[in-house]
Design a protein around this ligand. Structure first.
Ligand SMILES: Nc1nc2c(c(=O)[nH]1)N[C@H]1C(S)=C(S)[C@@H](COP(=O)(O)O)O[C@H]1N2
Ligand SMILES: [Mo]
Length: 199
């Protein structure tokens, strides 16, 4: 009888890169329109339900929350992936702590300085799946990548990771955000290649 050595399970690049994607070491910038200027002194993060402001943080309040380091792969619908990116920020579930009413708060529209929006199910931001990050690679997040703060939702295509994020609008129903109105998929799972409406 032949005993085979068990296969060593490593984080193999092939298993980490979703179909149709190519790994890059660069960090491309993809913004529709100009990057807005957002001063930390005017920065706010707001959590809303309908016309009601449930909670808000200014820069100082946000930075007093528990900061986490997140190491993750990211995948852009324009077919590049970047492995082991390192960010610092706050988990969305900590921002929402004690606020959630599961009957009313099922979906989220992230909104941004500059007007961009993107939609996602609330549960895709919970359980450490979503965060609001303020550093990349140990340095303050560059303006072009969304500084001072962006959403990071690495298990979905990167258009869901709203740059210059200003808050989350909670709601009962899933409405299309900016790119979702123009043909991008409502959910955007890179492992299922949910790039466009009919994927
Ligand atoms: N506010 C805002 N966020 C945004 C965008 C944008 O145009 N405005 N572009 C999205 C798209 S389509 C992608 S692919 C990623 C790109 O992030 P990056 O420029 O840091 O690579 O940001 C997303 N977040
Ligand atoms: Mo994109």
């Amino acid at each position: 009888m032949i005993f085979k050595k068990p296969l060593k399970v490593e984080k193999d690049e092939n298993n980490r890169v979703p179909p149709g994607q190519t790994v890059t070491n660069n960090f491309p910038v993809l913004t529709d329109g100009p990057a807005p200027d957002v001063e930390k002194s005017e920065w706010v993060f707001e959590i809303k339900y309908q016309n009601e402001l449930l909670r808000s943080f200014n820069w100082e309040e946000f930075n007093n929350l528990k900061q986490e380091t997140i190491t993750t792969d990211i995948h852009c619908v324009t077919r590049w992936s970047k492995l082991d990116t390192v960010w610092n920020g706050v988990y969305v579930e900590d921002l929402l702590d004690g606020l959630i009413d599961p009957e009313k708060h099922k979906f989220v529209m992230a909104f941004c300085f500059g007007g961009y929006t993107t939609n996602l199910p609330l549960e895709d931001l919970m359980d450490k799946k979503g965060s609001v990050v303020t550093t990349f690679d140990g340095k303050d997040l560059e303006k072009d990548h969304g500084g001072p703060a962006r959403l990071l939702v690495p298990h979905l295509y990167l258009w869901k990771s709203a740059k210059w994020v200003k808050g989350l609008h909670l709601g009962e129903s899933d409405r299309p955000g900016y790119w979702e109105q123009y043909g991008y998929h409502m959910y955007g799972d890179p492992w299922k290649e949910q790039r466009f409406w009919n994927d």
